[in-house]
Write a protein that binds this ligand. Structure first.
Ligand SMILES: [Zn+2]
Ligand SMILES: [Zn+2]
Length: 276
């Protein structure tokens, strides 16, 4: 009992300090017995509060077992923005080491510091452009949306021009009373949050380097053959009502397990005919 009281006091002190420093940027939830359970805070790189120079962020979630700080907390990184898997994995490893080093003492502030340092170091998007799927090379002009998604400005301009044109075409088809009064609202191609951007300005950006140097896509003969085979498979599926007959498929498997060569060969012609 005395032990748990002391533990509570230590945790309480740590949380009060965190709240004093982070204020509204931290949320702490408590369980029904009033013990702190989950701590959440979104961490940005240090850029002297220049928000438009923050290209990455991640939300830290810390679950506190009742024995904390005498055992390690459970740490999750959520909603990473601008960070690729290897950066996240590296971050997880550093977090694990930090927690192991600090068993017996409060560690949350150390974790926040550690993550912020890492984000500051990698404060450039390491992900891909969701429109063209190429990365960001030096010199590429890119746009960070308010929702922390990244696109080559060139790609975002293309995407928005097309969605805007599509919106106009749909509007033109509607009778006057059904037309939108608000006009076109740009949304993020990844998460559909509303975004504010100047399409005309984005349009002045050069195409991304990787896209420019990529090989032109060509329909080769092999590709045409594959297309034809897929077309046949598709009409076969359609003739079977959308899916290939499950019962027939099961029977085929049964036939294969038999060692009779005749059955096996008739089986293979049947399969062959599907793909021919
Ligand atoms: Zn792109
Ligand atoms: Zn988004």
């Amino acid at each position: 009992m005395e032990m748990s009281l002391k533990t509570n006091e230590r945790v309480q002190e740590e949380l009060e300090a965190l709240e004093a420093i982070l204020m509204d940027d931290i949320s702490i939830s408590y369980n029904e017995r009033g013990c702190p359970e989950l701590i959440k805070t979104t961490i940005f790189p240090s850029t002297a509060n220049e928000v438009d120079k923050q290209y990455v962020c991640v939300t830290l979630e810390v679950k506190l077992p009742e024995e904390y700080p005498d055992c390690e907390p459970l740490v999750q990184l959520r909603n990473p923005r601008g960070l690729d898997d290897s950066t996240i994995n590296h971050l997880y490893k550093s977090i694990k080491d930090k927690c192991a080093e600090n068993v017996g003492q409060p560690v949350i502030f150390e974790l926040i510091d550690l993550i912020r340092e890492n984000l500051t170091e990698s404060n450039l998007p390491t992900c891909q452009c969701a429109v063209c799927l190429y990365g960001f090379s030096e010199g590429d002009s890119f746009t960070k949306t308010q929702c922390f998604h990244y696109f080559h400005s060139y790609c975002l301009a293309n995407h928005l021009s097309i969605t805007k044109r599509h919106f106009q075409e749909e509007q033109d088809k509607l009778p006057a009373w059904q037309k939108s009064t608000k006009g076109f609202q740009a949304t993020c191609p990844v998460c559909r949050e509303m975004i504010e951007c100047d399409i005309d300005e984005l349009k002045t950006a050069h195409p991304p380097k990787e896209l420019e140097s990529a090989q032109k896509f060509e329909v080769t003969n092999d590709l045409r053959l594959l297309q034809e085979r897929m077309r046949q498979l598709f009409s076969y599926q359609k003739s079977k009502g959308g899916i290939i007959d499950i019962e027939a498929e099961e029977n085929k498997l049964l036939l294969i397990t038999q060692s009779s060569e005749e059955t096996a060969s008739s089986e293979s012609t049947e399969v062959g005919s599907i793909y021919k």
